[in-house]
Design a protein around this ligand. Structure first.
Ligand SMILES: [Zn+2]
Length: 464
């Protein structure tokens, strides 16, 4: 099992800290709005990774967080007049519902930032005692990057590079402009908690360090998150945790690529955010998964106008093979080891879902030929595909229903003589002359077309 480790910049053979067990954490969602495709992608990737590690025999404990107090949530609360905690809870419910619809598995441990305020305060206290953090007169607490010499190790930058990478604020109470907030003193009207430094709330980075410590202790095997979190968020997590424990925090840092929409970064300010709910109203949840997993997790996903329609088309074609098997009375049962082996090979190479999915095209082609030639391996192959690819959340629908619901009937430019008959038939139907309507349908069929009635008239399709 090889994993690309951001820390070393290399694909490495995976070795857990404790034989047979894996502690895995992935940064979760800041619940300032509804789930968008980026959230879905991240949740999906780490769920798939977890499931594969379980498949190859590890006992995985997987934790994720919800950031439920933060500037953006407070801004939303002020905008809507809903108290910040209520607003966050509302969004969590909303996000959970969409993730459930996508059938993304739940982590073993879910932690909300506001549930571990005591742990966070304890963590910060110890960092102050060890000389890695300092409170200011205002009641903020900062981490001192100068106290942690290997700062920048994950993002492979030195302090000078890092300096160019941060928005340096003008807080003169900071010892180094790179020092980051562990605790933020309360502003008027903001949610706050009592602390040794006065009323305030935790900074974002400390949350993940404190939660990891709470859930797992000092060290974990795998830590995941979006590539945009490498600096400063994950760099800061390492600094906080290692400054406190003196032990290496994470053995394998995994970072997923980002979502682009027609080549552009997806962001709220550009107005091109794709909400998960809207996508699943339009496409099947399996289509969304198929499209998102068609790229290796480290690559960026470019959402073009064709990405989801193409994925859906492929899935419909695949489901048609299942439907054909049923039609021909093929019993879908048995095993077909090669399919599973190939899948495991692809996934063992840094979770290459793109390769695993591209294998499907030849599997289904072979299976279809086997059905048509009466080869009994067809049923085994299809059953194995179902079993193996359920790890990616695919082929769990009823084939006929999926095809019926998601097959797009393309309006074809039928020849004029066919349209003429269709128009006559439309007139006959308007006059409720059903006999004539049936007669004309037969004529259209003889001309090589199918006709389907719709609210605004009819659709002609070339007969298959
Ligand atoms: Zn985090």
């Amino acid at each position: 099992m090889k994993i690309y480790n951001t820390l070393t910049g290399k694909k490495q053979e995976f070795k857990p800290i404790e034989e047979g067990k894996i502690k895995m954490y992935a940064c979760g969602i800041t619940v300032s709005g509804e789930a968008h495709i980026g959230h879905a992608y991240q949740a999906l990737i780490y769920d798939v990774i977890r499931k594969f590690l379980e498949k190859i025999g590890y006992e995985v404990t997987y934790a994720r967080n919800y950031t439920d107090v933060d500037d953006k949530i407070i801004a939303k609360s002020n905008e809507t007049g809903i108290p910040a905690d209520k607003y966050a809870l509302m969004m969590i419910k909303n996000i959970d519902k969409q993730m459930e619809r996508l059938k993304v598995g739940e982590p073993n441990v879910w932690i909300k930032a506001t549930q571990c305020i005591d742990d966070i305060i304890g963590f910060i206290n110890q960092l102050i005692e060890k000389g890695h953090a300092y409170p200011t007169e205002k009641g903020d607490v900062y981490f001192s990057v100068d106290s942690f010499p290997s700062y920048g190790r994950l993002s492979h930058r030195n302090l000078e590079d890092a300096m160019n990478g941060v928005r340096v604020d003008n807080d003169e109470s900071k010892k180094n402009p790179l020092d980051f907030a562990l605790w933020k003193s309360a502003k008027q009207g903001e949610p706050s908690w009592a602390s040794p430094w006065g009323e305030g709330r935790p900074g974002w980075h400390i949350e993940c360090s404190a939660m990891n410590k709470k859930a797992f202790g000092d060290r974990i095997d795998i830590h995941g998150g979006g590539r945009d979190l490498i600096f400063p968020h994950h760099e800061n997590e390492i600094a906080q945790t290692e400054a406190l424990t003196g032990k290496p925090f994470v053995n394998y840092w995994i970072h997923n690529g980002l979502i682009k929409v027609n080549g552009q970064k997806m962001s709220k300010s550009l107005g091109n955010s794709l909400l998960l709910k809207d996508l699943m109203d339009k496409y099947s949840p399996e289509t969304v998964k198929f499209a998102l997993l068609s790229t290796n997790y480290r690559g960026d996903i470019n959402v073009t106008d064709n990405l989801f329609p193409d994925a859906e088309k492929h899935l419909v074609e695949f489901y048609k093979v299942f439907a054909l098997a049923k039609e021909k009375g093929v019993e879908i049962d048995g095993e077909y080891k090669q399919i599973d082996d190939k899948f495991n090979d692809a996934m063992s190479d840094d979770f290459n879902t793109a390769l695993a999915l591209s294998d499907l095209f030849s599997h289904f082609k072979t299976a279809k030929n086997a059905i048509l030639s009466g080869d009994e391996k067809a049923g085994c192959m299809l059953n194995q595909i179902k079993k193996t690819y359920s790890l990616l959340g695919l082929f769990e629908e009823n084939a006929e229903e999926f095809i019926k619901k998601y097959q797009k009937v393309e309006k074809v430019q039928a020849p004029k003589e066919v349209i003429d008959v269709a128009e006559q038939r439309l007139k006959a139907r308007a006059e409720k002359d059903w006999a004539k309507s049936d007669e004309l349908r037969a004529v259209i069929n003889q001309m090589g077309y199918d006709i389907k009635d719709s609210k605004d008239g009819y659709t002609l399709t070339k007969k298959q």
